[in-house]
Design a protein around this ligand. Structure first.
Ligand code: VTB
Ligand code: MG
Ligand code: MG
Length: 327
């Protein structure tokens, strides 16, 4: 895929972030989500790709835009057909309450290279580049934490585990505490949490827990670009969810087995972009500067080269276009 796609992609997440950021703290999850979807969708239409949404806002009957199977982009300029995974507003609760780490996110890979994950849960483990190859989702938690500590040349007491604050994680939390590691609980947004393991400055070393399967695939693209590692196991909660796995071409074996990073995203030729909506650990939130200007902060990464760019942009809201981009 053409490397200039990085910059095109970041426009897409910037547009979603700009469109939804004004909803911060309004308690209106749906409104914020819709605004993000609209913003993202309108920018996609100008993109020189031949893309199909494989992870999106749901089925056609439940989502009129960015639904699974929707074709986006204008197809000009690129021969390669791509699969697209989107979450225009990852963390609707976060923006509704003005909490940190709401992001707009998009990932792309050549056609057929992203796992077509159903809207079920996925058990996940994610680590940054230094701990790549050191963890096993089926191993005891203490063993994984010891392996991460060794890979990072830290004591286990200095390893920080990020875990979504849910009742379903109480055993994981207990075991991490017994092993002596530190914990950072978060309320929502496990794409940002998984991504944080790939950046040392976030102070997060490993993510453990069960979250959305679509979010798992999106996070896997980020970790692939970052040189980190991730494994997942699909976690359907009902017969309907299991049936949905079958519809998407996942066999019984696929549903039970450990999905490696390569199973989640099977090509290095992938791109990932995320823009902060509310202030986060890695990305700043949308800042309103007055005078019809707003600032966004994004990360865009390319798997093939491993290049990671942070993009700070100042947008003229009255002109509705990007004014300055600093790479
Ligand atoms: C998960 C997680 C997401 O919502 O899907 C979560 O992956 C829903 O989990 O990042 P619950 O059923 O426990 O609420 C997010 O946190 C936000 O979309
Ligand atoms: Mg969403
Ligand atoms: Mg989400």
């Amino acid at each position: 895929m053409d490397r200039s796609l990085s910059l095109e992609l970041v426009r897409v997440t910037e547009a979603a972030a700009l469109a939804s950021a004004s909803y911060m703290g309004r308690g209106d999850k749906e409104g914020a989500d819709q605004a993000a979807v609209d913003g993202m969708r309108s920018t996609f239409s100008g993109l020189s790709i031949k893309g199909t949404v494989v992870i999106g806002e749901g089925e056609l009957d439940e989502a009129p835009m960015l639904y699974i199977g929707e074709e986006v982009g204008c197809g000009k300029g690129y021969e390669v057909e791509v699969d697209i995974a989107v979450d225009p507003l990852e963390g609707t609760n976060l923006i509704a309450k003005g909490l940190p780490n709401a992001i707009a996110v998009v990932a792309i890979a050549p056609k057929g290279c992203l796992l077509h994950a159903p809207d079920t849960y996925m058990k996940k483990i994610a680590v940054g580049p230094k701990a790549k190859g050191a963890v096993d989702i089926n191993a005891p938690i203490r063993q994984n934490l010891e392996a991460v500590a060794k890979a990072l040349d830290k004591n286990i007491e200095d390893v920080t585990v990020i875990i979504q604050d849910r009742e379903r994680h109480k055993d994981i939390i207990k075991e991490v505490r017994e092993a002596g590691a530190r914990i950072k609980l978060f309320s929502d947004g496990d794409v940002a949490a998984a991504m944080a393991t790939g950046f040392e400055e976030t102070g997060v070393d490993i993510m453990l827990g069960i979250g959305g399967a679509p979010e798992g695939v999106i996070a896997a693209v980020a970790l692939k670009c970052l040189g980190g590692d991730m494994q997942g196991i699909l976690y359907p909660m009902s017969n309907e969810e299991t049936a949905r796995c079958r519809e998407l071409g996942l066999s019984e074996e696929d549903v039970n087995r450990v999905l490696s990073l390569d199973d989640l995203v099977s090509s290095d030729d992938c791109f990932f972009a995320a823009t902060g909506i509310t202030q986060g650990d890695l990305l700043k939130g949308v800042l309103y500067l007055g005078n019809n200007k707003a600032q966004t902060h994004s990360v865009v990464m390319r798997g093939e080269t491993g290049t990671i760019r942070f993009v700070e942009a100042i947008h003229r809201l009255d002109k509705n276009e990007t004014m300055i981009e600093v790479l």
